[in-house]
Design a protein around this ligand. Structure first.
Ligand SMILES: Nc1ncnc2c1ncn2[C@@H]1O[C@H](COP(=O)(O)OP(=O)(O)OP(=O)(O)O)[C@@H](O)[C@H]1O
Length: 658
């Protein structure tokens, strides 16, 4: 598959290299230049939309800011193009950082509104600052002169192709690295990403800055390609066009960006000719009818299911043939296309093709997903405990902890001491405050009162990612895996902290980065071996059965080299026959010097493996001691059963040794 891809890319590049000689028509050459420029922008937009899952309606404005920075510098200040272009990139990157600020506070439709406002304001500013931008009249910027030779359309064509290919290589390397994994983790679960030491704050800013930088480069090139820019070039319609391109081409693939760019560049040309548009509606209708017929015969699709797309396509043809002026309805057509794509091709054209390939070749996995190392270290060697500064006494000391939600005290003056190297059970009936305790310990909640000291140091005021990096790892009651990532990639996010390489290392594939990636993959493979998921390394996490997802969460948390591991109901969903294996695993984790806090409703697991057990009820600690002592405590039995009962016999706390 990789060879087929390489051949295809080689043929494409060769075709592009000879295109101006075979088709010397400047119109077609210019179209390909615009496709290359849009593709560069879409590589960047995909970082925000595809990878981090945010919506940006401000990329047309960033594109405009990049274009105008070059235009103003070249025309008004006489700055040479080779300085103006990096200035455009730097300026839009700075605006990207500005856009990241609201993205840290709001997401989804709210962020879309903020970025839309940014786009509108930017356009108004460009319009109003006419002493710099020439206002609505726009700026005329000729192609640069290099060594006495004015750059021609064909020269610029080659420059655009080379820049697009370089951008593709740069963005591809970034997104296939630990940086891309961190971005993708944010999309799936910001809380889990934070708890794996991936700072949501830094990663979001990075995503917006990188994305905006590509928009700046594209904008700067657009200025030279068009030789004229005006505020209207960067309007709302362009934003919609960019979003359509990313969605239609397919998220998280560079080929999707290129396909999307090609479609949206050609689309307005197609939509400017009414006759051509009508022909397209008929061709689309025939394709849909043939597809529907095939689906009806070959699959279990019913006529009822097909009635919606068939009616929609019939309406599309009627719409095409009743239109008088197509230009007026362009935005409506784009909007309808987005609707259709979101509904029928949610993963875009590339996503659809990938699904088809997987259908016909179920064992196919993308090359980068495969564990490339032979010689894995032994599974147990992959488990390491973080190095703590020497500190006498308990690893964790919680004093008078109160966590209040409105009028409810989920934790009420709780004291808890956890000895180094022990397994400490934390039990209690539903709603007693166990998960709240986990969330406070990992920095998700800021406690209302009280102190938490870990290895002698206060945790108060420290963000979740910092707490994680100090050696506290966790799993979640409601599994929070990075579902679209493979099993091994999930563990690699846990190993994010092992990378010292920077962006430059990644882009130039430096030896340092290469070595770190190799070691991380080797460790991840060892960890998967340890949690019994090695054979599923290349499976998407969302496809695992629930019990295995829990094991994967443990593996991902072990990647952090934790000194303290918080396990929130690890046995939930694990078949009873496999529970002894789980308790064994917890013991092995302890034998590596990792302290464990275990929340569990399976009493046989918690009592079988814990050195000490604390019991919560209505936010208060009601008992503490060895498993034996706790299970005989009448207060504990009352809390669980709601009334005094005799021990043992009817107790839910009846213990089965594991
Ligand atoms: N973010 C929140 N906002 C409001 N109330 C909350 C929040 N988180 C937890 N609570 C409440 O705090 C109490 C303790 O909840 P918590 O999830 O910690 O209990 P638990 O012991 O983990 O229960 P379970 O065993 O069912 O998971 C519950 O009454 C819950 O509704």
């Amino acid at each position: 598959m990789k060879t087929a891809k390489t051949y295809f890319l080689g043929a494409l590049l060769l075709g592009l290299a000879v295109f101006p000689m075979l088709v010397p028509n400047p119109y077609y050459i210019h179209l390909i230049v615009v496709i290359a420029i849009y593709a560069i922008l879409l590589f960047g937009l995909d970082i925000v939309v595809g990878y981090t899952g945010e919506i940006s309606l401000g990329h047309a404005a960033l594109f405009g800011i990049g274009a105008y920075t070059t235009g103003v510098l070249v025309v008004k200040l006489g700055v040479p193009f080779w300085i103006a272009m990096p200035c455009s990139i730097a300026t839009t990157a700075a605006f990207g950082a500005l856009l990241a600020l609201p993205a840290l506070r709001v997401t989804g439709p709210y962020l879309a509104m903020v970025t839309l406002a940014f786009g509108t304001i930017a356009q108004i500013f460009i319009n109003e600052l006419d002493f710099i931008t020439n206002g609505p009249q726009g700026l005329t910027v000729f192609k640069p002169v290099i060594l006495g030779h004015r750059v021609t359309t064909v020269d610029f064509y080659y420059f655009s192709i080379v820049t697009a290919v370089l951008s593709l290589i740069v963005v591809n390397r970034m997104l296939k690295s630990f940086i891309g994994r961190a971005l993708e983790a944010l999309r799936a679960s910001t809380i889990a990403a934070d708890c794996m030491g991936v700072s949501v704050y830094r990663t979001k800013v990075l995503a917006f800055v990188l994305s905006a930088a590509f928009a700046g480069l594209a904008g700067s090139m657009y200025t030279f390609s068009e030789e004229y820019i005006a505020p209207n070039n960067f309007n709302f319609e362009l934003t919609i066009l960019f979003l359509l391109a990313v969605t239609l081409g397919g998220r998280k693939t560079r080929s999707g960006s290129i396909i999307g760019a090609t479609i949206v560049v050609l689309l307005p040309n197609l939509l400017s000719d009414l006759e051509l548009f009508r022909t397209i509606t008929v061709v689309v209708a025939i394709a849909v009818v043939v597809g529907a017929g095939y689906a009806l015969v070959k699959t279990s699709t019913s006529i009822r299911q097909l009635s919606v797309p068939l009616t929609a396509v019939a309406a599309f043809v009627v719409f095409g043939f009743t239109l008088e002026d197509i230009a007026e309805h362009r935005q409506t057509i784009f909007g309808l296309m987005i609707l259709g794509v979101v509904y029928y091709l949610p993963d875009g054209i590339m996503g659809y093709l990938r699904d088809q390939v997987k259908r016909f070749r179920p064992n196919w996995v993308e090359a980068h997903e495969i564990i490339q190392d032979s010689g894995n270290k032994a599974a147990t060697e992959a488990i390491a405990s973080g190095q703590l500064s020497p500190h006498q006494g308990n690893l964790l000391e919680v004093k008078n902890l109160v966590m209040q939600f409105g009028g409810l005290k989920a934790l009420n003056k709780v004291n808890l001491c956890v000895a180094k190297g022990s397994v400490h059970g934390l039990i209690g009936p539903n709603g007693s405050g166990k998960s709240t305790m986990m969330n406070v310990l990992t920095g998700i909640y800021t406690p209302t009162e009280g102190t938490v000291r870990y290895n002698g140091q206060s945790l108060s005021g420290r963000p979740a990612s910092e707490i994680a990096l100090s050696g506290i790892a966790r799993t979640f009651q409601n599994v929070q895996l990075f579902g679209e990532m493979t099993v091994i990639e999930n563990v690699l996010v846990g190993l994010h902290h092992t990378f010292n390489a920077n962006l430059v290392d990644v882009v130039f594939n430096s030896r340092r980065y290469h070595e770190e990636e190799r070691k991380a993959r080797e460790r991840a493979a060892g960890i998967l071996e340890f949690v019994g998921l090695a054979s599923l390394a290349n499976e998407e996490a969302r496809n695992l059965p629930y019990g295995k997802q829990r094991l994967l969460e443990i593996g991902r948390a072990l990647g952090l080299n934790p000194s303290l591991l918080l396990l929130d109901e690890p046995a939930a969903g694990i078949p009873p026959a496999d529970l002894p294996e789980l308790t064994d695993m917890i013991r092995k984790i302890r034998s590596h010097g990792i302290t464990v806090i275990l929340i569990e409703h399976h009493m046989d697991v918690v009592m079988g493996v814990s050195d000490n057990v604390s019991v919560l009820d209505f936010g208060q600690k009601i008992a503490e001691g060895t498993p034996d002592a706790v299970q005989k405590d009448p207060k504990v039995i009352e809390a669980y059963l709601g009334s005094e009962v005799e021990l043992p016999g009817h107790s839910k706390l009846q213990i089965v040794a594991v």
